[in-house]
Ligand binder design. Structure first.
Ligand SMILES: [Zn+2]
Length: 282
């Protein structure tokens, strides 16, 4: 068991900036846990703008008497508690897979083992997402950060609950589009995905070097780069004879998810040359 420093005063992590209530996931290759369908759904919508940098307009002398302003241009993840409390095997990484984006990282778990909150925060989603995350919990933390815990066998918290690091949010499971017990863990800053390996050094099971001073701009740039890649490479152009079923299979998602993500109806015929995407983009 390894726990990391728990500091209630510094909540930082984040969760999904879902645009439609379900996850979009493309799990990577070379993984023992196959989790093909997390992308099936669209993640829950967090109606939040990315937090703006805060600045006071107060006179200089007044400001000088106050506490120094918190530097909001960096994330400090040094107090993150890794939500799986033992050195488990890593499955699919964050990144593009099956023409879609896997928005988090997969960690193999023992069925029904406790999954704990990584940071203090408030539960803003605790529900079942068929075909995607399965039972999942989304926690909102200070500063616009969110963490998501998916494929749980059981959820132990409800919306509105306040959690502290180490509090059990649910039990590890295999629900949703998952084949093998694992935790799908996401870190988000508003609608920006943060690759969990920039925060957690998984092979060594500790906080990654530099995660105590992670440049917010670089995190946002990395997210935008990934979105641009998705836009450029991860779409499908309809050809003669194509069907929604066939295209959905290509993306490894359901027809329902394909229609929702592209805002199309399954009743309407496809147009040749029509461009369809397999991941929700923000
Ligand atoms: Zn996953």
């Amino acid at each position: 068991m390894k726990f990391f420093g728990i500091c209630i005063s510094s909540l930082l992590l984040l969760s999904p900036g879902f645009a439609s209530g379900e996850p979009s996931t493309a799990e990577g290759q070379n993984v023992e846990v196959v989790d093909l369908n997390e992308m099936q759904s669209t993640p829950p919508t967090v109606e939040k703008e990315e937090p703006a940098e805060t600045r006071t307009e107060e006179p200089t002398e007044l400001v000088q008497k106050q506490e120094p302003e918190k530097d909001t241009s960096f994330f400090d993840f040094s107090n993150l508690l890794i939500p799986v409390t033992h050195e488990a095997k890593l499955g699919s990484p964050y990144g593009i897979r099956d023409h879609r984006l896997h928005r988090g990282v997969d960690v193999q778990v023992i069925l029904n083992e406790p999954i704990v909150a990584a940071y203090p925060g408030k539960v803003i989603m605790s529900k079942y997402n068929e075909g995607g995350y399965g039972h999942y919990v989304l926690v909102e933390h200070e500063g616009g950060l969110l963490t998501l815990y998916g494929h749980l066998s059981k959820r132990s918290v409800k919306v509105g609950d306040v959690v502290f690091p180490g509090d059990i949010v649910g039990l590890g499971g295999n629900t949703g589009r998952s084949s093998g017990a694992h935790l799908h863990f996401e870190i988000r800053y508003g609608k920006v995905n943060i690759d969990p390996v920039t925060v957690i050094d998984f092979p060594n099971w500790k906080i990654a070097e530099g995660a105590d001073h992670l440049d917010k701009k670089k995190v946002i740039q990395a997210h935008r780069k990934m979105q641009a890649r998705l836009q450029k490479d991860n779409f499908y152009i309809v050809k003669s004879g194509d069907t929604l079923e066939g295209i959905a299979k290509w993306f490894n998602i359901s027809v329902k998810a394909l229609c929702r993500i592209n805002n199309i109806s399954s009743d309407k015929p496809l147009r040749i040359g029509q461009k369809l995407k397999g991941s929700q983009q923000w």
